[in-house]
Design a binder for this molecule. Structure first.
Ligand code: IMP
Ligand code: MG
Length: 180
């Protein structure tokens, strides 16, 4: 099987949407500061672009959880791979995710990080696949709702590849074009 990537959202569409999300967050948190928590690795491109568009004071931290092997379906098991470096106590935390699929990763994270006594905790995701939701999670900021298709680019991977694409695309599997 060979793969092809079909463009779903252009670089311009993604960048414009991130700019709008940044403006919205800046106005919602006017007079305060925000502590962005990046869920590695997928959210890293999104969080960097978003942080550049936020005009209130920003601090950042990074964590890594894994719920996927190399397949395209959620295993339902969330494992902590790398914890945050700093405490969350008293901070206005925004968890920044690449995509909400089943919702299992985020519901686990909200509970775990919520226990660390932040002043507030909100969720921001670049992409949301609402059709696939298994666990109910309230997302405060969403870039785009997309159909139930496996997407890559802008940080999202398929088996660790394609993260560097500057747009969002859908992976399509095609029969190998016969090389003989
Ligand atoms: P959830 O726990 O099922 O919501 O899965 C969330 C995580 O699964 C995301 O943070 C991604 O790392 C990964 N994921 C879900 N859907 C996709 C996709 O379409 N492309 C790439 N990764 C995905
Ligand atoms: Mg992720």
């Amino acid at each position: 099987m060979a793969e092809e990537v079909r463009k779903l959202l252009t670089e311009k569409e993604v960048d414009e949407r991130i700019r709008t999300l940044g403006e919205q967050i800046s106005s919602d948190y006017a007079g305060q500061s925000v502590h962005l928590v990046c869920v590695l690795k997928g959210a890293v491109f999104f969080m960097c672009e978003l942080a550049k568009r936020i005009t209130v004071p920003v601090t950042m931290d990074f964590m890594c959880v894994s719920s996927y092997g190399s397949s395209t379906k959620s295993s339902g098991v969330v494992k902590m791979v790398k914890d945050l470096d700093e405490p969350l106590r008293g901070k206005n935390v925004i968890i920044v995710e690449d995509i909400v699929d089943s919702g299992r990763t985020l519901s686990y994270l909200i509970k775990m990080l919520g226990d660390r006594e932040p002043a507030s905790i909100r969720l921001c995701t670049l992409l949301d696949k609402p059709e696939r939701r298994v666990t109910d999670v309230k997302v405060d900021y969403t870039g785009f709702e997309i159909p139930d298709e496996f997407v890559v680019g802008y940080g999202l991977d398929y088996d660790q590849r394609y993260r560097n694409l500057p747009y969002i695309g859908v992976v399509e599997f095609t029969k190998e074009s016969g090389i003989n």
